[in-house]
Design a protein around this ligand. Structure first.
Ligand SMILES: *Cc1c(COP(=O)(O)O)cnc(C)c1O
Length: 478
């Protein structure tokens, strides 16, 4: 337990304490992280920060209170509609991030279907297994059923299998441009055709690609159309706080026509506090996030984004070639944008991830199949050689026998054994014990991922992970 602070403190001491607290955090300024922060360099970052601070206190909850913010949002949505080839009659809004954009797109699909089929109708969302968990979260929150379709051998959505899953309850199809786990672009044109044939809504999740893909052709890397240029696409999300380089808290959600956006709004007219209307999930909305998003798009413009895109794609491809040159490693799919998934046929790739993390390069573990995730940015351009040297070292270390690995094998063997012979209650206790042993975010997580893989068949991984999370967010962790 912490005590509520009794006395005031001096500002300098406080800020210094916070700076020191950062010692164990990811060192994104050095380019040694591959997710969470999209560092564009000091010039862009300081401009975005200045724009954010100009609107630090303003609140976009009431559009008539701060017309300057409202106009920046309208202006930016309109500029981005141009970027994503939205036709006349389009409508959109800024949200707090990719998750809110996706939650709203799914909520809109529900309301849209309920207008035709009645207020109790709960539809189905057809999505590739590579689609972001935010779609599952949305279905869970809003009472829709996710229908998950396996991806093909290139990790792309399978349009024929998606079409086969359509029934009278279907309301929304989903495609990613690109997907987060392997960085491949789903066949958007083929899915668009199916959406049109069946008169369904179709959301393109371009959260991570939204500020890369539109600039690829000019950067010298042509790609197939993925946005509103494709007939059948009815909504699209693009995170300005990823490769748009805005401050955290900014994503675009865009609809082909304004009627769809209206299905997103929430209005309550009987509140003693007044008539309440809000476009998205949040009430109070930080003015700074909107101002910074508007500012960075004006600051960079098309030429700036093309320059950033060109460097990012070139760096991604150089990383991919370098990784492939290590015999024990492979990449799961040829990166079509800025994401690389590293896997191995010979080694436990999670062991490589653990060693790489210890060498100062933390990267996220992925599953089904196991891999390590890299989202590449311009911050990585100067680091190719040092990364590859450490990756080779990590592979070498992962091949060695060690007490860590032996411990992991024993833990897994124990788990398999006890699963067979223990009562449900004892097994629960064992899992509880194991979850305390292997916190998420620890330096070594190969053991934990092994355990999760082992438990996946039982279908009770969710509870175990919720326990991990609860412990991580608690003050008195053991
Ligand atoms: C990041 C991401 C999201 C979720 O966005 P948040 O801003 O983290 O809420 C959704 N889809 C894809 C493909 C993403 O990369």
């Amino acid at each position: 337990m912490s005590k509520f602070p009794e006395k005031s403190r001096d500002r300098e001491g406080l800020l210094e304490e916070m700076r020191l607290k950062k010692a164990e955090d990811y060192r994104w300024q050095e380019g040694k992280t591959f997710a969470y922060v999209y560092y564009p360099g000091e010039e862009i970052l300081s401009t975005v920060k200045a724009a954010y601070n100009l609107y630090f206190s303003e609140n976009a909850l009431n559009p008539s209170a701060f017309p300057s913010l409202k106009n920046m949002e309208i202006d930016l949505v309109s500029q981005l509609a141009d970027l994503f080839h939205a036709p006349k009659g389009h409508a959109g809004c800024l949200t707090s991030g990719g998750t809110e954009s996706i939650l709203l797109a799914v909520k809109t699909a529900r309301t849209w279907a309920q207008k035709k089929k009645g207020p109790s109708f709960q539809g189905e969302v057809i999505l590739p297994e590579s689609a972001h968990p935010a779609f599952h979260k949305a279905c869970y929150y809003f009472g829709l059923k996710p229908v998950v379709i396996p991806v093909d051998k290139n990790f792309k959505a399978n349009p024929a299998a998606m079409a086969a899953a359509i029934n009278e309850r279907s309301v929304l199809l989903v495609g990613s441009a690109p997907s987060y786990p392997q960085g491949v672009i789903d066949p958007i044109e083929a899915i668009g055709k199916i959406a049109q044939e069946h008169d369904l809504l179709f959301h393109v999740d371009s959260c991570i690609g939204g500020f890369i893909l539109p600039f690829m052709e000019e950067a010298g890397f042509p790609i197939a159309p993925f946005d509103f240029a494709v007939p059948g696409v009815t909504s699209l999300s693009a995170d300005i706080h990823k490769y748009g380089y805005a401050a955290k808290g900014a994503s675009l959600l865009l609809y082909r026509h304004a009627e769809l956006r209206k299905a997103q709004f929430y209005v309550y007219a009987n509140w003693p506090g007044g008539i309440y209307a809000s476009p998205g999930i949040a009430g109070t909305r930080p003015g700074g996030a909107i101002a910074a998003a508007w500012a960075v798009v004006q600051f960079l413009g098309r030429t700036g984004y093309v320059r950033m895109c060109k460097e990012t794609i070139e760096t991604t491809r150089r990383f991919a070639r370098g990784i492939e040159s290590i015999p024990e490693l492979k990449i799961l799919a040829e990166p079509e944008a800025t994401i690389i998934a590293i896997a191995s046929d010979d080694l436990d790739i999670y062991e490589v991830g653990d060693e790489l993390g210890i060498l100062g390069w933390p990267c996220d573990r992925q599953q089904l199949p196991p891999s390590l995730h890299l989202s590449i940015t311009v911050a990585h351009t100067p680091l190719l050689e040092s990364f590859l040297a450490d990756l080779k070292l990590a592979v070498k270390k992962a091949k060695r026998w060690s007490w860590n690995k032996a411990g992991k094998e024993i833990q897994l063997a124990g788990l398999r054994f006890f699963k067979e012979v223990l009562s449900a209650e004892h097994f629960e206790r064992l899992k509880n014990w194991a979850s305390k042993k292997s916190p998420i975010g620890g330096k070594r997580s190969a053991a934990m991922y092994g355990m999760i893989g082992e438990l996946q068949e039982d279908g009770n991984v969710e509870e175990l992970v919720a326990d991990f999370l609860d412990r991580m967010l608690s003050k008195d962790k053991e």
